[in-house]
Design a binder for this molecule. Sequence first.
Ligand code: ADP
Ligand code: ADP
Length: 227
Amino acid sequence: MISFSAVSKVYPDGTTAVHDLSLEIPAGRITVFVGPSGCGKTTSLRMINRMIEPTSGVITIDGTDTRQIDAPQLRRGIGYVIQNAGLFPHRTVADNIATVPVLQGVTRREARRRATELLERVGLPTSMARRYPAQLSGGQQQRVGVARALAADPPVMLMDEPFSAVDPVVREQLQTEFLRLQEELGKTIVFVTHDIDEAVRLGDRIAVFATGGHLAQYAVPADVLRR
Ligand code: ADP
Ligand code: ADP
């Protein structure tokens, strides 16, 4: 479980991005941060893996204050997926997926084998392994981004608008496949979107952010719809 306790973030220029956020994110579920642009969703997400440090408050993972875990170690257990996938353009699909396992000491051969397996899991033909990111469609790149984040088998995945840059038809496919995959994997997922329909479709729990970085509501999808 990930817990935010009275967490605030004020950027050096004085912008309050997140204001007094307290929230418990259950393990093994999809929790969605939803709200309009600029309301602190990405900042909140990036404080979980310490890409951004809170100004005040405490974030714990399974009871441990994240400040007591060094950042590289923390991030080994936390996959991270962003819009437009953020793939390394000069590496093949297989090498993109294999990057983290190789850094962790897995042999290149074994990492490639796992990469092939992961391609199948995210619904891509294994023939894509040798391509470069620019040779893939947007939807395919996002799938590779998910595969790369899964390669180290992290218990936690942070996903920042992962499906927002693709057209609606592909987005719906990605959502469906993502739900199927999650059913199998049971990761602790924090998913950021500005799209309330996507939030309701994917979320087990939904945190609705409002302007000024306030948490307006934290509820199950059915209760969010009722408002
Ligand atoms: P969201 O993900 O909901 O769009 P963000 O967390 O990206 O919101 O941003 C929240 C607020 O903080 C916005 O007003 C944004 O302009 C501001 N902000 C984000 N990053 C910085 C930064 N590095 N410096 C100053 N202000 C920032
Ligand atoms: P999607 O429906 O997933 O968005 P696209 O319509 O963009 O797919 O692409 C259709 C097919 O064309 C895909 O199999 C993709 O791999 C291939 N493709 C797209 N761009 C390129 C490229 N620059 N080089 C080679 N193949 C490409």
